[in-house]
Every structure is written in C-alpha cells, then in structure tokens.
Design a binder for this molecule. Structure first.
Ligand code: PHE
Ligand code: ZN
Length: 878
C-alpha cells in the first residue's frame, strides 16, 4: 500500500464494536507450511453497537477454507472474504456461533507477527494486530473473550505445547506420531494477549506460593542445553511476584506462569496471559555471555511483563490510543521494582539517561507525538519512548504530586473499578481524582500535549531581607500538529543548599510538605524566607518532571551541588550540566578556557577522592561524560558530529590526565577477586573500574592499550571482557585487530555475544567502519531476517556511531536507506524502527541535512513500501 493511501485512524472516531465475542475455541493443527486453524466463536450483537450493522471481521494475509454459521456451512453468496477481511452482511440479531477455518504458513511468516517459526519452534506474536493473521476476528482490544485452545502437532517436531491459562488435557493421537494439548484461560482477554507455542524446548521450573497460599508453577522454556542460563530470570520472576504482592497487594491468578524464550522477536518481550514470550536476549544469561547490564535488563523486563498481568491484562486498553495506560504504568512499576531491588538513585539516573537519549530526542524530532496520540496510520509505530518512558514519568509525577499514600489508594480504586474491563486514561485519572478530591484536568494535559517543556529559572538573593526568590517560566516548543502550547502542571521537587553544606532553615509557603512546588502557569515565582546566606538551588530533585531546565548559575555554584547536595540525582546532574556546557562550547567554538576545564577536573578529582569508594556505581555515572548524541541534542541545530567527537575526546583526555593517579589507584584497588555475581554492588564496582579504564585510555592510549589487553586476558566475566574490548576498539593497531578477531572466534557459536561484537565494531568512529559494517553483513552469523542481529549491527551503526552514520559524504545515510528497503520486504516493523535513526536529520548542518533528505526521499519514492516504513518516512519528511 502506498503511504498516501493508508487511512488515518482517529481517537475521536472510536465507537464500540457492533458485535461481541464471548468465547473463543481455537483448534490449531501445527504444520510447517500448512497450519490449519478452526476458530469457533460464540458471538452476539453488542447492545452498545448499531443494530443494523454487517459483521466485518479483520484478517491479514489469511487463506479462508470455510465458514459456518450455527453449524451450517455458508455458501459463497452469504459472505464476502478477502485475505484482509471477512464480511457477513446479514448477521443474526441474537447470539450465534461462527466457525471459521483458515490455513496459514508459519514458515513463510518473516514479519514475526501472527504464528511464525523461530529456530524451528512455533510461536505467536499478536500485539497489536497479529491475531488477525491467525484467524478472522474482531481484532481490537475492547473485545474480551474466554479462550480455550487445542494445539496439535507432530510429537517429534514439537514435544512441548503451550497455551494461555491453565493446562486442561493432553494426549496422543492414535499412532499418527501426533499429539495435542488443551489449554483454558478463564480470564476474559483481548485477542492481542493470545499466544501459543510448540517446539523442542528445555525447561527450568520452580513452585511459588502466593500471598493467599495458592500454589503456582513457574516455568521458563529455552533452547535445550541452555536451561541453566534461565536461572537468573526465574529468580527475578519470583522476586517480581513477591514485590507486586508487597507493594501493590497484587497476586497472580492462574495455576501456571510460563515464559518462552525465542531467538527471533521484534520487541523485548510480550505479556500474553500466563504465557509470556521473550526475546531470548532478555532471558538467557551466564557470567561468560552476559554483562551486568544484561542482567539488569533481564530483571527489569521479566518484572515488566509480569506486572502487565494486572496493568494491561486484568485491566486492558479500550483502544490503541490508550496504549500508555498499560505501558507507561507498567514501565513505572518495573522502574520502582528495580529501584527497590538495586540502588534507587543509581537506577533513577539510568532511567533519566535513557529518557533523554530516546524520548527527548523523539520529542524534538519530526516523529514527536503525545503520550496518548490522537491519530495513527500504523499502530506498530507507536510503541515509542514517548508512550513508554514519558508515560511512566507522568505516573511518577502524579505520585509526586499526590503523595505515596494517596497514590496507593488511587491504584487500589483503579483496580477495583476497572478489573475485567478495557479502560481509558480517563478511567485511570478518575480513580486518583476521586481518592484525593483533586481536579486533575490540568494535569491530564501531559497526555495530550507533545514536546518537552523548557523551564527557565532565575534566582535572586536579598541579603538584607534574608529572602531568596526563584522566578520560573515555561515554554513548550511547537511540535507536528500542535503549533500552540498551554502551560503544563510541573512538579518541582526542590531545596536549597548552602555553600559549605551546612543545613539551611529557610522556609517557603509555596512548597508542600514533600518539598514540591507545583509550577502550573506560564510564569510563577516562589520566595524563601529566613535565608541567612546565599544558597544554591537544587531544582527538580530526583528529576521530578520530564522537562529541560536552564538555570542562571555559574559552573562554580553547580559544583557546590556535586559536593553538598543531599539529592544524589542532582549531584550527578550538576556534574553533567557543567560537562555539557564545556562540551557544547568545545564543539561550537573549538576551545574553552583552560581554567574552566581545570576547575571541572579538580572538582571531579575531589569527588573521586571523597566518594568513589563509598558508592562506586554512582561514581562511575558521575565520571561518565554526556554522549555524543546527548551533545548533539543539546546543541540542537547545525550539528557537526565531527566537532562533537573531537570535543568529547578532548575533554575525556584532559580529565583522564588530570585525575590519572587516582584513576590508576582505583583501577588497581577494584581488581575483581572471587567468583562473579551480578548483584548491584558488584556490578557497581566493575562499572567504576571500567569507567577509570576508559578515562585512562583517553589520556594515554599506549598505557590504555596495555591495560585493556591485560584486562581482556584476565577477565572472568563478560562485563570486564567487553569493557576492555570496547576500549581497545578505539585504539587502532594490531592489538585491536587481534583482540577483535580473538573475540569473534571465541564466541562464534554464541549469537547473543556476537551481537555485542557487531555493536562494538559498528560503533568505531573511523572512516573504515562503513566497509567493516558491509563486510560484517556477510559474516555467517549475520542474518537480515533476525531482528537482534540487524539491530546489533545496523541499528548500532545508525544510533551509536554519530560520526560515521552522519558522514559528511552521506554514505552512512545511503547505507541505512538501502538496508531499510531490504529489510522492509521481510519485516516491516524492523525496517521502520531502523528508519527512526533518521529522526535527527533536521538538526544536522546543511550539507549532511541535504544528504539525509535525499536518502529519505529515495525511500519515499519506492513503490510498495510497507505501511510501517511509509508512515515513518512521510512523517520524517513533513
Ligand atoms: N507489550 C509489550 C511490552 O511492552 C511490547 C510489545 C509490543 C511486544 C508489540 C510485541 C509487540 O511488554
Ligand atoms: Zn509493556
């Protein structure tokens, strides 16, 4: 379908379905190329729908074999069918049973939507609109049905057969070599939560007793032989279940909870009821193959999918515009879980880093959209950082504004009201409005208005009156479809810090008992009294709102916060702000005064001396400069990535040199001893040591090369091995070449490790990388049809390698464009995601901008683009 012809779906056009489906019986006979599906649907007209409407079921690339109404096979005149719809003009006006038989080809399904095969196993992916690739259906999230699934397969090919809900029955089929299993899910659910799996799989299991004493069998299924790599995920699942009981009082509601890891998956994982399906990179881990970050991601995603059981499944979404209702809330919940399990400030900093790198970027690009979009052409393109991450920030702000207790009460009421329903953002907010008696209509603007608000703060100290005033103004820049913006309700968690860290007893009426000022006008001021000396304001503590802040404070005062603030987030933020100022000036002007760099290095050295050993994970974050992409975003226009790369290298070199004694000392002191453990404290020590290595190598590549190769040899875990290889990739020479070759050979049979190897090489900021990437596409481990491989090599090149993707000669853009077009023929979702790397094109300097535009136009001109790619390319060019 051409871009222009894809219809626009609008929130305002929502109306209830004309028919309901109360029960679904699916009979699936698995076959590699000719899978037969018989769907028996117990249907009735919807009292809330139109009474004269035809029955129109959704389909997608389906092959209809037969259709029967109340047991009577319909003749060709009684219905109209195409691969993408099935219409019965004269549907009954009372309850009826519709029986539909379709045939599908899972082996040919390269889109990885619907029923497909991964490493020979059968699996499904139905969110958002994949169920219609299995059978004709009212494939929309407000149709809730009770499902019974019978799966039949060759016993050799698929000894394991899994479905949603609880296992009911299983057995052999005579001596045909085939067997079957029946699963029943008593909880009504939308079709996007349907799943089935059939294959040869290994299993790890554990039993779990819920808070009310029910026994649940937890199991994770993986490629046979890799069972022990699922132990960490299984343990993370138990911790997640315990946490949801303790923190939200939410209990699991089936007898079994199954997770299956597959190696071909478009996203991270999927929360199908009782049968989560995961991208294997978010399940499998061993010290030899996974980094500390991998372990943290596994923990977070296992939790995320589990938490969806309540926020997403028990309460689901009325329509896809409400996606943030489940995703934003569930991200918030998994973030809270990780914060409780690990270090809260360290985790908060990590969250904010991703939010800024992905969501702020998206919000300043042509793809900017509200957390609740009001229109879309292709829903798959709205599983975005804005819906997920900004969606989570909104929930967090709500909690900040109303307080912990009321937040919990609101959540309780939300579940009480909405359990078993397909709900809206309004239903969610109403629960909190009701328990607090607050009017949340202004706050609701966060869901509607796109773009990142900019807050400017000016400070004024009156020594004689001992008062301190802060003047706030806010502006949200225009975004696609929203030229004019209203002020937002912005919670500012704040405090004052004295220059020597001694406590201040200042007070301010406009700040509530939780230390929060609600800034909800275009401009506002607050005044503190009893301020006995000039303070430094610590604003947006814990990053209390997803806004960009500019402050009229000199670097020296910000560095007071690094030293003395009680809020760890703002200590980190202060160092980042100073670093960013230096980096932006260095990039734009090519230089900054030595004293400024020296002042920053000195503050960092002092910080390292005082704090590094006490909180290594935090220290590592403070010592890591903003990324090249962060700097580009800060500069925002006429960006020259080469200048940014030079600036960042220069500042790293200067800091590394200024702090080298200390860095060496810590590097030596934090040498790994004893067996590997992925816990946060151990991971923090490794991250500090590797941050030291990075700075030392920046200051002295020869010494750095020696240190990194020694570490590569001595490493007992993937974190340290990968960190040293990463440092080596930036130092050209035979040592590097040998290390890369050695690593590639050693992990030849470990696709998830080869992904890391692809990523490191794709990120090398030198001209030869383009050829290197093209060559790696010929590597036996690479496959254009595997999303993990493509993202590791191509996605990393486009998103992590600022200088080479944005080459001045446009070759980086052309390479990506050609790969997007190739990928689009197999897997449109994957292609569309890669294409979003172009979202920064308008901020580049003119010659790069021209090259990027040309590459985008070359894509737009191609006939037969998928709807996914067509939508992204046309919005990118608008
Ligand atoms: N709903 C999944 C999650 O956030 C993400 C997903 C979306 C997976 C669409 C597959 C397809 O947990
Ligand atoms: Zn989710």
């Amino acid at each position: 379908m051409r871009t222009e012809t894809a219809p626009v779906i609008r929130l305002e056009d929502y109306r209830p379905s004309d028919f309901l489906i109360d029960q679904v019986e699916l009979d699936v006979k698995l076959h590699p190329t000719e899978t037969r599906v018989i769907a028996t649907l117990a249907m009735r007209p919807n009292p809330a729908g139109r009474s004269d409407a035809p029955l129109v079921l959704d389909g997608d690339e389906l092959n209809l074999k037969s259709v029967a109404l109340d047991g009577r096979v319909l003749s060709d005149e009684e219905f109209e069918a195409s691969p993408h719809s099935l219409t019965i003009a004269q549907a009954p006006r009372q309850a009826f049973t519709l029986t539909i038989e379709t045939e599908i080809n899972p082996t040919a399904n390269t889109k990885l939507m619907g029923l497909y095969r991964s490493s020979g196993n059968y699996c499904t992916q139905c969110e958002a609109e994949g169920f219609r690739r299995i059978t004709y259906f009212l494939d929309r999230p407000d149709i809730l049905s009770v499902y019974t699934t019978r799966i039949e397969a060759d016993r050799e090919e698929a000894p394991v057969l899994l479905g949603n809900g609880n296992p009911v029955e299983s057995g052999s089929i005579d001596d045909s070599g085939r067997h079957y299993a029946v699963w029943h899910d008593p909880h009504p659910k939308p079709s996007y939560l349907f799943a089935l799996v059939g294959g040869r799989l290994g299993r790890v299991a554990e039993s779990f007793t819920t808070m009310s004493g029910r026994e649940v069998e937890l199991a994770i299924y993986v490629e046979p032989g890799k069972e022990n790599r699922a132990d960490y995920a299984l343990e993370a699942l138990e911790r997640s279940m315990r946490w949801d009981e303790r923190v939200f009082g939410l209990e699991y509601d089936l007898d079994v909870f199954n997770i299956v890891a597959v190696s071909d998956f478009n996203m991270g994982a999927m929360e199908n009821k009782g049968l989560n399906i995961f991208n294997d990179k978010y399940v499998l881990a061993s010290p030899e193959t996974a980094t500390d970050m991998d372990y943290a991601h596994i923990e977070a995603i296992i939790a995320h999918e589990y938490f969806h059981n309540w926020t997403g499944n028990r309460v689901t979404c009325r329509d896809w515009f409400q996606l943030c209702l489940k995703e934003g809330l569930t991200v918030f919940r998994d973030q809270e879980f990780s914060s409780d399990e690990r270090s809260r400030p360290v985790h908060r900093i990590a969250e904010v880093k991703t939010l800024r790198a992905r969501q702020f970027l998206e919000d300043s690009s042509p793809l900017s959209h509200p957390v609740r979009p009001n229109q879309y052409r292709e829903i798959n393109n709205f599983y975005t950082a804005t819906v997920y991450e900004k969606g989570a920030e909104i929930v967090r702000m709500l909690k900040t504004i109303i307080g912990e207790q009321d937040f919990r009460h609101g959540m309780d009421l939300y579940f009480e009201r909405c359990d078993g329903t397909a709900a809206t953002v309004e239903d969610f907010l109403n629960a909190f409005a009701e328990v607090t008696g607050r009017d949340l209509s202004h706050f609701a603007r966060w869901y509607e208005q796109s773009g990142t608000p900019r807050v400017k703060v000016k400070s004024q100290y009156d020594e004689a009156g001992q008062t301190y005033r802060l003047d706030f103004t806010q502006v949200t820049p225009p975004t696609p479809g929203q030229a004019k913006k209203e002020p937002m309700a912005i919670p500012v968690a704040l405090g004052l810090v004295s220059h020597d860290g001694s406590p201040l007893s200042a007070t301010c009426d406009q700040v509530d008992e939780r230390g929060v000022f609600l800034f909800d006008k275009a401009a506002d001021s607050i005044t503190f009294t009893g301020v006995t000396s000039l303070p430094v304001p610590s604003l947006f503590r814990g990053f209390s709102a997803p806004v960009k802040v500019s402050l009229d404070l000199p670097n020296a005062e910000l560095l007071v916060l690094l030293r003395h603030d009680t809020d760890a987030f703002n200590r980190w933020q202060a160092a980042q702000t100073v670093a960013m100022r230096l980096l932006a000036s260095l990039s734009i002007e090519g230089q900054v005064a030595d004293e400024e760099i020296d002042a920053f290095s000195t503050a960092l050295c002092a910080f390292i001396d005082r704090d590094a050993e006490n909180d290594p994970a935090f220290a590592a974050l403070v010592m890591t400069l903003p990324s090249e992409a962060d700097i580009a975003q800060e500069i925002g226009q006429d960006v020259n990535p080469d200048a940014i790369h030079r600036a960042r290298s220069e500042l790293r070199r200067r800091i590394g040199a200024a702090c080298s004694k200390r860095l060496q000392r810590i590097y030596a002191a934090f040498t790994e001893t004893g067996p590997y453990s992925p816990d946060a404290a151990s991971a923090g020590r490794r991250s500090l040591r590797n941050a030291c290595l990075d700075l030392l190598a920046a200051a002295d590549p020869i010494a750095g090369e020696a240190l990194a190769s020694a570490q590569l040899e001595a490493a007992t875990n993937m974190t340290d091995r990968l960190a040293s290889l990463s440092v080596l990739t930036t130092i050209p020479g035979t040592v590097r070449d040998d290390a890369i070759a050695w690593f590639g050979e050693r992990y030849r049979n470990e696709p998830l490790v080869i992904d890391k190897w692809f990523t490191l090489q794709a990120a090398i900021p030198e001209d030869q990388t383009l050829e290197r990437v093209k060559n790696l596409m010929q590597h036996p481990a690479f496959s254009i049809s595997n999303p993990n491989r493509v993202r590791s090599l191509i996605g990393s090149f486009a998103m992590l390698n600022q200088v080479q993707f944005n080459r001045a000669d446009g070759a980086g853009y052309r390479l990506l464009a050609s790969i997007v077009l190739r990928a689009d023929e197999l897997n449109p979702q994957l292609a569309a995601r890669l294409l979003t790397a172009f979202s920064t094109w308008r901020m580049m300097e003119i010659s790069r901008r021209n090259h990027a535009e040309e590459a985008l136009r070359s894509i737009a001109q191609k006939p037969n683009l998928s709807r996914d790619v067509g939508d992204i390319v046309s919005r990118s060019l608008e």
